[in-house]
Design a protein around this ligand. Structure first.
Ligand code: ADP
Ligand code: ZN
Ligand code: ZN
Length: 662
C-alpha cells in the first residue's frame, strides 16, 4: 500500500490529525484534493481520519521523500473555507492547538474512519395544483395538507407533523393516484410558508424596520429588551425576511433555553422550512446530517447551543444570539471559547448582520456599545397587553427571622398563591440538601478529599458530592475526626427547601428542578409539561429555572440564599447575581396576572438590591462598569487566567507561582 517513492505528479498535503499538537503531517495523493477534504491516513500503523489543511511541495520537505505515505482514502466531505477560518482564529485567540481546536469543532462522526451516508430530505408536491375537484372527499387534516400543497412544495417531515402517524399511508395512496410526486433533491429548498404571525407592536415594528434597513451596513446590534418584551417575535420576523431572501440563519441559544416551547414557536412559524436543531443530546447521525446539509445550503435555520457556531453554511444571511449574556455560551474546558464572541467574528467574516438579544446584556457587550462598535435597540415594555414587570420586595433577615430557610412573609405569600391556584417559584442556586456537613462536637467540615471544594450533602441517596470535581462518597455515620454521631447539615440546598415546603404545605404539588432531577432530556420535557399543564403549585429550583421560560400562571418568585454572590472572590459574581435575579424576576407576571418577587437577604441596603427593586438594569450596569474601570478589571482590561491541575498540590502551586513570571 505504501508508495515508496512518490512520483513527480504526486500531490503533497499537510494533514491535520486529532492529536494535541501544533503540527501537521505530510501525506501524498495521486489526485488533487480540496483544502478541508476529509481523508483517511496511516499514522503510526493506525488508521486515522485527517483533514487537508494545506498544500505543500517537495522542496519544503526536510526529510527523505520516501518516508511520505500516501493518503489511503478520500471521503466526500469537505470542511468549507469559512469554518476553517473560524477554527484558525479560535485556535489562535484561545491559545489552543489548531488540530485539537479543529476536532472539537466538528461533529464526532466526522472523526471516525467511516463513510457517512446521510438520508437526503424528501419533498412532496402536487402534480396538478389546479385540480380542485378532489378536495371534496377529504378529511380535515387531509384538506389542510392539500391546501398547503397548493401553496407550494412541502417536506415529508412537515407532512408528518400535520397528519401524525397516518402520513405514510396517505402519501402512498396519493402518489398511486397520481396526485402528488415525492422526490429528493439535496439542492432544492421549498418556498417558506409563514404561519402564526403575531401583529407586532409599535416598538417591535420600529426595530424590525430599522434593523432591516441597516442590515446592509451591518455592525453588531444589541437588542436590549426587558423580559417578556417580545424579543423572540422580533427574531422571528427578521428570520422570515432572511429566509424569504433565500439565505440561511444561525440562532444561538443557551442550552437551557432550547425548550420545547421555543422550538414550537419556530416550527409553527416556519412549518415547511428545513431546520437543524443542535443540542448536546441529539444523536451523532442527526448532528452530522444537519451539519453537512447546512453546508450544502439545504437547512435554512440552524438553532443550537454554543457548538452550533462552528456549523458550515452555504449562504448565511443572519446570526442571532439569544440571551447573549448567558454563561453557557462559554465553554470552560479544553477549547475555552465564547460562542457569542466567535459569532461576532463570524458575522464580520461573512459581512452579515448579527443581533445580540438580552434583557440583561453582559458588561462586555454594553462596553462595546459605548465604544460605538455595536448599535443598540430597545424594547421597553412587556408585549402581552396589561402584563407589567413584577414588584420586587426585600425581606431583611436581620429583623425577620427564617425558620427552615423560609420567613413567615414568604410562607404567607405562597399560601396566598395556593389559595388562588397560582404558581410560585422558589429560586435557590444550590442543588443538593445542604452545602456542607459539619460535626457539632469538634467542628469537622465535609471538605472534598480530591480538591479544595466542600462536599454537598444529597439526602435522597445519603451521599456527599463535590460539585467542583465530581468526587462522591457515602455520608459517614460518625465524624471522621472525633467519631461523634452528632453531624449536622449546614445551610440550604434545593432538597432541603423542598423538604421545608413539604412540611409547610403538605397538600401542595411541589416540583424540584435542578441538575439532579433533569439529568436526561426526557426528564426535563416531562417536568416541563407538568408545569404547563398546571399540575404543579410550587417550583423549587436552581438557575435552570431562571431563563427563557414563559409560565403564564406564575405570580410569585422567591429568592433564597442570595448573599454569597455579593462578596465573592470572582469579580463577575455581582454581575452574575444581578442578571440571575433580573431574569428570575422576569418569570413572574408574564401573563395578565401581576407578579411579585420576594428576596430574603441580610444586606438589603447593598447597591445591587437597591438597583434591583427599581428594575434598573442600566443603572446597575453603569455602576459596575465604573467600579471595573477604577479597579482595572475587564472589559477595561484583558485578564489571563492560569489554571493548573496535577496529582499533588505542591506541583500545582509550584507551577502556578512560576508561570506568570515566565
Ligand atoms: P422575550 O423573548 O422578550 O422574553 P417573547 O417574544 O417570548 O419575549 O414574548 C413574550 C410574550 O409576549 C409571549 O407570550 C409572546 O407570545 C407575546 N408577544 C410577543 N410579541 C407580541 C405581540 N406583538 N403581540 C402579542 N403578544 C406578543
Ligand atoms: Zn467531630
Ligand atoms: Zn472536589
Amino acid at each position: 500500500m505504501i508508495n515508496e517513492n512518490p512520483s513527480i505528479s504526486t500531490y503533497l498535503f499537510n494533514i491535520i490529525l486529532d492529536l494535541p499538537l501544533e503540527q501537521y503531517f505530510t501525506y501524498s495523493s495521486e489526485v488533487n484534493l480540496a483544502i478541508g477534504q476529509r481523508v483517511l491516513v496511516d499514522f503510526k500503523n493506525k488508521k486515522m481520519v485527517g483533514f487537508v489543511w494545506q498544500r505543500t511541495v517537495k522542496e519544503d520537505i526536510s526529510y527523505s521523500l520516501s518516508k511520505i505515505k500516501p493518503i489511503l482514502y478520500v471521503f466526500s466531505e469537505i470542511i468549507p473555507q469559512d469554518v476553517l477560518g473560524l477554527i484558525k482564529f479560535a485556535a489562535h485567540y484561545y491559545h489552543y492547538p489548531t488540530g485539537a481546536t479543529f476536532f472539537t469543532a466538528i461533529p464526532s462522526l466526522l472523526r471516525k474512519p467511516e463513510v457517512i451516508v446521510i438520508n437526503s430530505i424528501k419533498y412532496v408536491s402536487l402534480i396538478n395544483p389546479e385540480h380542485s375537484l378532489f378536495t371534496k372527499k377529504l378529511g380535515k387534516n387531509q384538506l389542510a395538507l392539500y391546501k398547503q400543497l397548493q401553496n407550494g412544495t412541502l417536506t415529508i417531515s412537515a407532512v408528518k407533523e400535520l397528519l401524525g402517524a397516518s402520513y405514510l399511508k396517505l402519501l402512498d395512496n396519493w402518489e398511486c393516484l397520481g396526485i402528488i410526486k415525492i422526490f429528493s433533491d439535496c439542492h432544492k429548498l421549498s418556498n417558506p410558508i409563514i404561519t402564526n404571525k403575531l401583529p407586532l407592536n409599535q416598538e417591535q415594528s420600529n426595530i424590525v424596520s430599522q434593523l432591516s434597513e441597516t442590515f446592509a451596513i451591518a455592525k453588531p446590534a444589541l437588542l436590549y429588551g426587558i423580559t417578556g418584551s417580545g424579543k423572540t417575535e422580533v427574531y422571528l420576523e427578521l428570520i422570515e425576511q432572511v429566509i424569504l431572501d433565500g439565505k440561511q440563519v444561525l440562532v444561538l441559544v443557551p442550552e437551557i433555553n432550547l425548550t420545547p416551547q421555543l422550538l414550537d414557536r419556530f416550527k409553527k412559524r416556519f412549518s415547511n422550512v428545513q431546520m437543524h436543531i443542535l443540542t448536546s443530546n441529539i444523536n451523532d447521525k442527526a448532528r452530522v446530517s444537519g451539519y453537512l446539509e447546512a453546508g450544502y445550503g439545504t437547512r435554512q435555520i440552524i438553532i443550537g447551543t454554543r457548538m452550533a457556531v462552528f456549523t458550515p453554511f452555504k449562504n448565511l444571511g443572519l446570526i442571532i444570539v439569544d440571551e447573549e449574556h448567558d454563561s453557557s455560551f462559554k465553554q470552560n474546558e479544553s477549547l475555552r471559547y465564547n460562542a457569542r464572541n466567535l459569532a461576532v467574528f463570524r458575522a464580520n467574516y461573512h459581512n452579515i448582520p448579527i443581533l445580540l438579544g438580552s434583557a440583561t446584556p453582559s458588561l462586555e457587550t454594553l462596553y462595546n456599545y459605548k465604544l460605538k462598535k455595536y448599535s443598540l435597540y430597545k424594547l421597553t415594555s412587556r408585549a402581552v397587553s396589561n402584563a407589567t414587570l413584577p414588584s420586587i420586595k426585600l425581606i431583611d433577615l436581620n429583623t425577620t427571622p427564617a425558620s427552615n430557610g423560609l420567613t413567615n412573609i414568604v410562607i404567607d405569600s405562597i399560601r396566598n398563591r395556593l389559595e388562588n391556584k397560582e404558581l410560585s417559584l422558589i429560586y435557590i442556586n444550590r442543588r443538593g440538601y445542604a452545602p456542607v456537613v459539619s460535626c457539632y462536637e469538634c467542628g469537622w467540615v465535609s471538605h472534598c478529599t480530591s480538591c479544595t471544594g466542600n462536599m454537598v450533602y444529597h439526602n435522597k441517596d445519603a451521599r456527599l458530592k463535590c460539585h467542583h470535581c465530581g468526587f462522591t462518597c457515602k455520608l459517614p455515620n460518625a465524624c471522621p475526626k472525633c467519631e461523634s454521631k452528632h453531624l449536622q447539615a449546614i445551610g440550604y440546598g434545593t432538597q432541603k427547601i423542598e423538604e421545608s415546603l413539604e412540611q409547610c404545605f403538605p397538600e401542595a404539588r411541589i416540583l424540584r428542578i435542578d441538575r439532579d432531577t433533569t439529568s436526561s432530556k426526557l426528564a426535563w420535557d416531562i417536568l416541563y409539561k407538568k408545569v404547563h399543564n398546571n399540575e404543579v403549585d410550587i417550583l423549587v429550583g436552581t438557575q435552570m429555572l431562571t431563563k427563557g421560560h414563559d409560565f403564564h400562571n406564575l405570580t410569585l418568585v422567591v429568592g433564597l440564599n442570595l448573599d454569597s454572590g455579593l462578596y465573592s472572590h470572582d469579580f463577575r459574581s455581582t454581575e452574575f447575581l444581578f442578571t440571575q435575579l433580573m431574569q428570575v424576576s422576569g418569570r413572574a407576571g408574564r401573563g395578565v396576572k401581576p407578579g411579585e418577587v420576594l428576596l430574603q437577604t441580610h444586606y438589603p441596603h447593598h447597591e445591587l438590591y437597591q438597583y434591583l427593586i427599581k428594575h434598573d438594569f442600566s443603572g446597575f450596569a453603569n455602576f459596575l462598569l465604573k467600579e471595573r474601570k477604577i479597579l482595572g478589571l475587564p472589559p477595561y482590561t484583558y485578564y489571563a487566567l492560569f489554571r493548573a491541575s496535577g496529582k499533588t498540590l505542591d506541583n500545582v502551586m509550584e507551577f502556578l507561582n512560576a508561570a506568570p513570571k515566565k
